[in-house]
Design a protein around this ligand. Structure first.
Ligand code: NDP
Length: 448
């Protein structure tokens, strides 16, 4: 892929120059700039006001020390991040990731993506992201609690329901959000429900928040297939990962008539031709926090493959739901050769640029993460709405709202793609539609 327009090319060069070594951030910026040539041709006012350069520069970047004591009494030091990327549409909103690979470039790529994703939902939320290089894997609950308390002891001064509202991401689920909220409440002496989303249902959380990203991805696939007069009924689906997004993508695909025949973790993948048993998957991954190999040991007919590529498993629909750049050109070619016709990204930027090009060239329906996985943040915005009105919706109501929001995102992507002469190009549609909403708000607010 190339950034063809010379103005966009020089913006991209500047981003690379000003953010050295941040490969994932460069990749995310490039993917958006690749779509914007026709937009600035039609709307020179965006270029004149240097809106694109401003969008590529985070409003604020916070890096902090997170000291804590492990169970043996040893002092550990991690690094914490919060990148408050863009608040043109509302308070910064985006998750926290706890994973050893986290560094500034990962947080900036995720924050940048989040700006456009949040705009696409049509809701009043800006974009941000944060996290730490802390690895919760193998840590006791007490260690995770002490880490979260130390992390929040710095983060609390930067967030608030009208300022910045974090949520979960890789390595941050209900347990971590609970510890973080408890510490925020203790330090500030305020029960400010709207400061974090992904809370427990009994204390300010929203029904369907936990399920929302995975469910939303499945709803988005349903919308794409509907355009072709098809449905998920009878389709064979492969879902990578077995975390929060993957588990609920599997659950909803099954409810919509598809069969998920494989899922994975970072050590390997399982194939279960009879259809992944969601109850067992939840037991292994959510309750026991065990490895996916454990699933195959307990499920007759399932096989475990250590290492290797889950994308070697033949399917009609592929849902990468683990992490960035997990699906490369080789995997994309294999999927296409074996008959895969639909790919939707449950994870953020899981497909490499060459992988995306392979799908596009082959006519595969391809949904980028900023559209397909926006159901999580959209339901976080619904959680904020319930908190603000001291209300608590039923599961059915929250899920109906989620399905409507995903249909709206699909429609916005499709309309923008049609409008710019590229029908069916969801990458262009998502980038253009999200960009225009943010850019118009920035223009209206002057140079700030
Ligand atoms: P979880 O921590 O719940 O699960 C992550 C899953 O991905 C695990 O199965 C994990 O395996 C696997 N994984 C993580 N890192 C790697 C790696 N380097 N290589 C291979 N597998 C890996 O995270 P989520 O499900 O919340 O997030 C998954 C993706 O979805 C991320 O890209 C995230 O940014 C994105 N996302 C999440 C949202 C949410 O609401 N949670 C919202 C929108 C996007 P293992 O256990 O072995 O590490």
């Amino acid at each position: 892929m190339t950034v063809d327009d010379p103005r966009l090319h020089s913006i991209y060069d500047l981003v690379v120059h000003r953010n050295p070594g941040e490969d994932e951030f460069h990749q995310a910026v490039r993917e958006v700039l690749d779509s914007l040539g026709p937009v600035i041709a039609r709307h020179p006012e965006y270029a004149d006001a240097r809106v694109i350069e401003r969008i590529c520069e985070p409003e604020r970047q916070i890096i902090f020390r997170v000291p804590w004591v492990d169970d043996s009494g040893r002092v550990e030091i991690n690094r914490g991040f919060r990148v408050e990327f863009n608040s043109a549409l509302g308070p910064y909103k985006g998750g926290l990731r706890f994973h050893p690979s986290v560094y500034l470039g990962i947080v900036k790529f995720l924050g940048f993506e989040q700006v456009f994703k949040n705009a696409l939902t049509g809701m009043p939320i800006g974009g941000g992201k944060g996290g730490s290089d802390f690895d919760p894997k193998g840590r006791s609950d007490a260690e995770v609690m002490r880490f979260c308390q130390s992390f929040m002891t710095e983060l609390y001064r930067h967030i608030g329901e009208y300022t910045d509202v974090p949520a979960g991401d890789i390595g941050v689920g209900g347990r971590e959000i609970g510890y973080l909220f408890g510490q925020y409440k203790r330090i500030t002496n305020r029960y400010e429900s709207g400061v974090l989303t992904g809370k427990g249902i009994g204390w300010g959380g929203s029904a369907v928040r936990k399920e929302a990203t995975g469910y939303g991805t499945a709803f988005f696939v349903q919308e794409m297939l509907r355009e072709r007069g098809e449905s998920l009924d009878g389709k064979k689906v492969v879902v990578s990962g077995s975390g929060n997004v993957a588990i609920y993508a599997v659950e909803k695909v099954h409810e919509l008539g598809g069969t998920v025949v494989a899922c994975s973790d970072s050590a390997g993948y399982v194939v279960d031709e009879a259809g992944v048993d969601v109850a067992l998957l939840k037991e292994v991954k959510e309750v026991e926090r065990a490895r996916i190999s454990e699933y195959a040991e307990r499920r007759s007919g399932a096989s475990y493959f250590a290492g290797g590529s889950i994308w070697d498993v033949p399917c009609d629909v592929a849902l990468p739901c683990a992490t960035e750049n997990e699906l490369d050109e080789t995997a994309a070619r294999t999927l296409v050769a074996q008959g895969c016709t639909v790919v939707a990204e449950g994870a953020n930027m899981p497909t490499t640029p060459a992988g995306v090009a392979t799908f596009v060239d082959a006519g595969v329906l391809f949904a980028p993460g900023k559209a397909a996985n926006a159901g999580g943040v959209a339901t976080s915005a619904l959680e904020m709405q319930q908190n603000a009105s001291r209300d608590s919706w039923t599961h059915d109501h929250a899920e109906t709202r989620l399905a409507e929001i995903m249909a709206g995102i699909h429609a916005r992507c499709a309309e923008a793609a049609d409008d710019y002469g590229r029908p069916g190009d969801y990458v262009l549609g998502a980038n253009v539609s999200g960009f225009i909403r943010v850019a118009d708000a920035m223009l209206a607010m002057g140079v700030v």
